[in-house]
Structure formats: structure tokens, C-alpha cells
Design a protein around this ligand. Structure first.
Ligand code: UGA
Length: 439
């Protein structure tokens, strides 16, 4: 909304949420999340045409368009538990909109939802006996964390799905006009609402599939002596495949990929398409395998025991340039190492508070430390779990000096030059290429 408000100074944007603490933070100009460039963009329109409130009823009533961005986590109970999307927040929001609206509204699905959710929501919205209609559009979000502002400013495409009715098409046209203020028209795709909903799930599934594919190759590289980065380069230079999203590592994290793929698999199963469901699910299973084998490798390489050994985890965020740790591979790595009775030290430039909260039940066995040099001091091993640029620029000679010998380096993001690290003295274990171990 901050990016939209910047491009549409004549439109009033009201962001309403039930979480008073978050609203207070946004309203004070300090976003409660770390995202490069966001504070500056927010400052441009805050209190000009961008407002934050917990007063949801009036915000609904005043609006012509309502973007619904409530969370749709994986269901943890009942039918579809562990797979299907939990739509309780969406449905509750639809009922809230219906209760407070005193005129027609265009309701826009921003949350990632299963196919045909808009249809169900439109049904709920229009069952209030009111003399007007609510139009529901699908407008999925494709931004990635860490690059959110750039992705919103210059999206590869904007998707707007609507019903094939005249009122549905009129609503689509209204939303197109907003995006057209800064997005080239040929990048604004309009389509049927179900196609739009499915495109979002499909795009995330394709992205995650690339990561699991290259990670599957990385496992083969490690045993065969091939190097995954060389293979990725060769494969990615085929213009039909392309070079992006082929970085092998400790596995993908983030709040979306796992959830969306399991949701896609569930949809397939719901329609009896079990082979298709198995196909998509395998992407998630392989990702779990990649994370598990990374930890197994640490234990195995450190002479099958890490009991009492100090292991510094460089990075806890699920990717660089964010403080978000949802589904971060670091969670699993930290927990497994704690289980193995290692002395785990976590460092991260932005995610340390979140890490502390996540590991609260094992807090007595984990140390948190903002300075990577301090984290590595006296450590037997470093495991790089997030590709923060600062970790590339550290003085690894100094770090090596202060570590217990032999010093191990498990580079879960292939961030460092293995040869260089080996020459400093580390035993180096990259993902997807042969280890470099001193004799
Ligand atoms: C992802 C999609 O990229 C966005 O297009 C989408 O809008 C978003 O989910 C969403 O549905 O909300 P995000 O999860 O923020 O965005 O981050 P990504 O850049 O996709 O990274 C996801 C994970 O994959 C990270 O853990 C990252 O380290 C990992 N990754 C990425 C790799 O392991 N290798 C790669 O080559 C690329």
C-alpha cells in the first residue's frame, strides 16, 4: 500500500489491522519488519494519503476498494490438516466487510488462497440481503522479501482476475487503472479469477521446484565429484531454462513455498489427481531431505559427535535482507544440533530477536550473539545458513585464529570461496561440491 500510495497521491489509502502494536509502529513511520527501502517509501505518503488504524469498521465503510491481506496458514486441524489452507481469517474478514459496508465495494484477494476462494467469498459477501453487490477480484502478490520495494515498483507482471460478468469486468478495469499509473500496461494481465488464483500457487511451485531440482543435483555432485555451481551455470545458460533460482543450498524457507505447494497438492488430491499431488509434494519432501542431510553432514564430518562442541550458525533469517525466520532452514539445523548436544551460537544482523523467540524452549542451550566474530570465537565449526553479504566480507583469517582446531566450515549457501577458506586452514564443506579437508 505504501508503494501504491506513492504513485497515487490523489487516492486515500487506509491500512486497518486488529494488531494495535503493529499499527502503532507503522503509524510512527517505523515498520515492524526489516525490508530495505521501506522506511523511506513509507515516509513519502504517511499521513498524506496513507493512514493506519485499528478502527476497522469505519475503514471498511469509507472504502471503494478493499484489499484483503490476512494470513492463510496451513490448516493444523481437521480435514486437510498439514496441507490445506486455513481460510478462517479470510472468511471472518468477509463477514466483517459485509457487516460494516453501507454500499457496494470491490473486494480484492491479495492473500494467497486456494482456487475458487473468491467464489466462496463472493457468495458469503452477497448473502447479507443488501440491495447492492460485492465484486471479488483476485490480485495475487509476487513480491519477494528483501527485494519487496523493487518488485513492487517494477513487477514482472501484475495479475488481476475477475468474473466474466459485466460488473466483474468493470471492477477489473478499475483496478487496472490504479496499477497503470506506474506499471506498463502490457505487464498487467487480466484473466478469469480462478486462473489468477491458480497462477499464484503455480508460480511459487515452479520456483520451489527449481530449488529442489538443483538441490537434488547438489547431492549427486557431492558424491560424484561434480560441482553444482558449474552444472547450474551450464543448465541455466539454456535460454529456455534461464539462470535464476538455481542456487543450491541448505534448502528453501520462507512463509510461502512450503505452504503453497502443500496447498496445491491438496487441491490435486481433492480432485482425485493423486499422481499430480505426489509430484508437487516431492518438492517439499526433497527440501526437508536437503535440510536434514546438511545437519547429518555436520555431525558425520565432525567425527560423528558434536557433544559439547561450539557451533556458530551464521544467519537465522530464511534469506538475506530480511528479519523473517518463518520456515527458515536454520530452525531445523539449530534444533537438531541442540538435540545432538552441541553448544549452538546463533548470530544474525536482523533476525536475532525472532530467533530468540523461536528457540525459547531450548534457550538454556543456545547462545545469541550479534557479533559474528564473537559467535565464532572458541567455536569448532561455523555453519553459514543465510547469504548475508556481511558474511562474505568478514576477516576469516582472524576468525580462524580464534577457533578450536580443526576448524570446520559448512557453507550452506555457497557464499564463500572454498579454496580460499581451505587455504586459510578451514576444513570446508560446500553444498554440491567436494569437501576440502586438510590431511
Ligand atoms: C517467494 C517468491 O519468490 C515470491 O515471488 C512470492 O511472492 C513470495 O514467495 C510469496 O508467495 O509471498 P520469498 O519467500 O520472499 O518469495 O523469497 P525467495 O526469494 O523466493 O526465497 C525463498 C527461499 O528459497 C529462501 O530460503 C532462499 O534462500 C531460497 N532460495 C532461493 C534458494 O535456496 N536458492 C535459490 O536459487 C533461490
Amino acid at each position: 500500500m505504501a508503494v501504491m500510495a506513492r504513485h497515487c497521491p490523489d487516492i486515500r489509502f487506509i491500512v486497518a489491522d486488529i494488531d494495535a502494536e503493529k499499527i502503532r509502529a507503522w503509524d510512527s513511520g517505523k515498520p515492524p519488519i526489516y525490508e530495505p527501502g521501506l522506511t523511506e517509501v513509507l515516509a513519502e505518503s504517511l499521513h498524506r494519503n496513507l493512514f493506519f488504524t485499528t478502527d476497522i469498521g469505519p475503514a471498511i465503510d469509507q472504502a471503494d476498494m478493499i484489499f484483503v491481506s490476512v494470513n492463510t496458514p496451513t490448516k493444523t486441524f481437521g480435514e486437510g490438516a498439514g496441507y490445506a489452507a486455513d481460510l478462517q481469517y479470510w472468511e471472518r474478514t468477509a463477514r466483517t466487510v459485509r457487516a460494516h459496508a453501507r454500499g457496494p465495494k470491490i473486494v480484492i484477494e491479495k492473500s494467497t488462497v486456494p482456487v475458487r476462494t473468491a467464489e466462496a467469498m463472493e457468495y458469503i459477501l452477497n448473502q447479507g440481503g443488501q440491495p447492492w453487490r460485492f465484486e471479488v477480484l483476485s490480485n495475487p502478490e509476487f513480491l519477494a522479501e528483501g527485494t519487496a520495494i523493487r518488485d513492487l515498483e517494477m513487477p514482472d507482471r501484475v495479475l488481476i482476475g475477475g468474473a466474466d460478468t459485466p460488473s466483474g469486468q468493470a471492477a477489473v478495469a478499475e483496478l487496472v487503472e490504479i496499477y497503470a499509473r506506474w506499471v506498463p500496461r502490457d505487464r498487467i494481465l487480466t484473466m478469469h479469477v480462478w486462473s489468477s488464483e491458480l497462477s499464484k500457487l503455480a508460480a511459487n511451485a515452479f520456483l520451489a521446484q527449481r530449488i529442489s531440482s538443483i538441490n537434488a543435483i547438489s547431492e549427486l555432485c557431492e558424491v560424484s565429484g561434480a560441482r553444482v555451481q558449474e552444472v547450474a551455470r551450464a543448465v541455466g545458460m539454456d535460454s529456455r531454462i534461464g539462470p535464476k533460482f538455481l542456487e543450491a543450498g541448505v534448502g528453501f524457507g520462507g512463509s510461502c513455498f512450503r505452504k503453497d505447494i502443500l496447498n496445491l497438492a491438496y487441491l490435486c488430491r481433492y480432485y482425485g489427481l493423486h499422481v499430480a499431488a505426489d509430484y508437487w509434494e516431492a518438492i517439499v519432501r526433497f527440501n526437508e531431505h536437503q535440510q536434514a542431510r546438511f545437519v547429518r553432514n555436520i555431525v558425520h564430518r565432525m567425527f560423528n559427535t558434536v557433544v559439547g562442541k561450539r557451533i556458530a550458525l551464521f544467519g537465522f533469517a530464511f534469506k538475506a535482507d530480511t528479519g523473517d525466520i518463518r520456515e527458515s532452514p536454520a530452525i531445523r539445523v539449530a534444533r537438531c544440533l541442540v538435540e545432538e548436544r552441541a553448544r549452538v551460537v546463533v548470530t544474525d544482523p536482523e533476525a536475532l530477536d525472532n530467533a530468540r523467540r523461536e528457540l525459547v524452549d531450548v534457550a538454556d542451550r543456545v547462545e545469541f550473539c550479534s557479533d559474528p566474530y564473537e559467535a565464532a570465537r572458541g567455536a569448532d565449526a561455523i555453519a553459514i545458513l543465510t547469504a548475508w553479504r556481511i558474511y562474505r566480507e568478514l576477516d576469516y583469517r582472524a576468525i580462524f585464529r580464534d577457533m578450536v582446531k580443526p576448524a570446520f566450515l559448512f557453507d550452506g549457501r555457497n557464499l564463500l570461496d572454498p579454496r580460499e577458506m581451505y587455504e586459510i586452514g578451514f576444513n570446508v564443506f560446500p553444498v554440491g561440491s567436494p569437501p576440502l579437508v586438510h590431511g
